[in-house]
Design a protein around this ligand. Structure first.
Ligand code: GLA
Length: 378
């Protein structure tokens, strides 16, 4: 990558930084309802090489994308630049908008979290840029969890305001604040977080990620519609966010679709609390039924699953998984299955066979090993 940085910019980088992809153990589609979620960082990372510039200009390149972007910091804004570069440049814009003295930068994106697999490759890119800029501009935020929370907010604003995707903030917090061997219990009301130990090896367990390799074109529009309905349900109930609603309140929602959407959010937040309690008591094997219930709720009440995700979850369970669910935004992307380590290959084979029988494209697999958040590589 040093070679290609020199080829791209005619100089050496000041360093390389990386940020991980994530899977969410449970707590899906609740971050924008001020709920609780439980993501973990993956070993799969997006790597950027970068060098400081003192003239306020930004040059962005990628080893896997044709188009790059060149321009002054002042030119970055809503919709500019377009495409992948918006995620990177958007972070500079958001940090400046928050009053931080951001510098210009030459930046090359190298290896990347597999895009479109529902593992948050966008947040990984944003957060790798954030830790690079933090150090090159001397902001000093990445050294503490509180500073990382500020960086995560900037990354979310980049995605919401520069790219225009109305996502909720879990992914950026995961990429910046997760630590090895833990899941992050993230409270999206005030962005406070606790590290909850998840020692899968000690429990003889493996968290298998099944990438359906389905990339739904409609996903963005559907995501926005779900978010709207949750916000309308909160308004109808007279609460600031659905986090504040109880299951009993939901009966007063007249629209049946809105009631189902709200029921997903309210029950999912309760499931996150139960899973976090079980993990704290090292009762990892017992979380399986809660993962299953989360999937059913996302499939039936929230309607963000798809045939391939349902096949993955059903086949994994039939092959002996302790629990399985879609993870991330849905409409494609990945599912997770909690399996005993000796059964991981058998479960993967069964899922592969079920996909073939159903006429789905062959899925791919990886293991979710709870890994550290974003940081400097060298
Ligand atoms: C996407 C969004 C997140 C979150 C999840 C669903 O990954 O980026 O903010 O809403 O979907 O839990």
């Amino acid at each position: 990558m040093t070679m290609s940085f020199r080829a791209a910019f005619g100089r050496e980088p000041d360093g390389r930084w990386a940020a991980p992809g994530r899977v969410n153990l449970i707590g899906e589609h609740v971050d924008y309802a001020a709920g609780l979620c439980l993501p973990l960082a993956l070993p799969q990372r997006t790597v950027v090489a970068a060098a400081r510039r003192d003239d306020g200009r930004v040059r962005l390149r990628s080893t896997s994308e044709q188009a790059g972007w060149d321009g002054p910091l002042e030119e970055i804004g809503r919709g500019t630049p377009e495409g992948w570069a918006g995620y990177a440049a958007g972070v500079l814009w958001a940090l400046r908008a928050a009053g931080h003295p951001v510098c210009g930068i030459d930046l090359l994106v190298g290896d990347s979290v597999p895009p479109g697999a529902g593992l948050s490759s966008s947040a990984a890119l944003e957060c790798a840029v954030a830790v690079a800029v933090d150090e090159l501009a001397g902001l000093g935020l990445a050294g503490t969890d509180a500073g990382r929370a500020l960086l995560a907010t900037a990354c979310q604003r980049a995605e919401n305001e520069v790219v225009g995707a109305p996502t909720g903030g879990m992914d950026q917090a995961a990429a910046l604040r997760c630590t090895a061997r833990h899941v992050l219990l993230l409270d999206c009301l005030d962005w406070s977080a606790q590290q909850v130990p998840l020692d899968l090896t000690a429990a003889g367990l493996t968290l298998l990620v099944i990438d359906t390799r389905v990339r739904h074109q409609l996903a963005d529009g559907q995501y926005g519609r779900r978010r709207d309905s949750v916000e309308r349900a909160a308004a109808a109930l007279g609460v600031a966010a659905l986090r504040e609603a109880s299951p009993d309140d939901l009966a007063t929602l007249h629209d049946p679709v809105q009631r189902r959407r709200a029921r997903h959010v309210v029950t999912e937040i309760a499931r996150v609390r139960e899973v976090a309690d079980l993990l704290r008591q090292r009762r990892v094997r017992e979380i399986g039924p809660l993962l299953d219930a989360s999937h059913a709720s996302l499939r039936d009440d929230y309607e963000v699953s798809c045939a391939e995700l349902d096949t993955a979850v059903t086949a994994a369970r039939q092959a002996g998984a302790l629990g399985a669910r879609m993870t991330g935004g849905g409409f494609g992307g990945s599912a997770i299955a909690l399996v005993t380590s000796d059964a991981a290959d058998r479960v993967a084979d069964s899922v592969r066979a079920a996909f073939e029988r159903a006429g789905h494209r062959e899925p791919s697999f990886l293991l979710a090993v709870p890994s550290p958040g974003a940081g400097r590589l060298d």
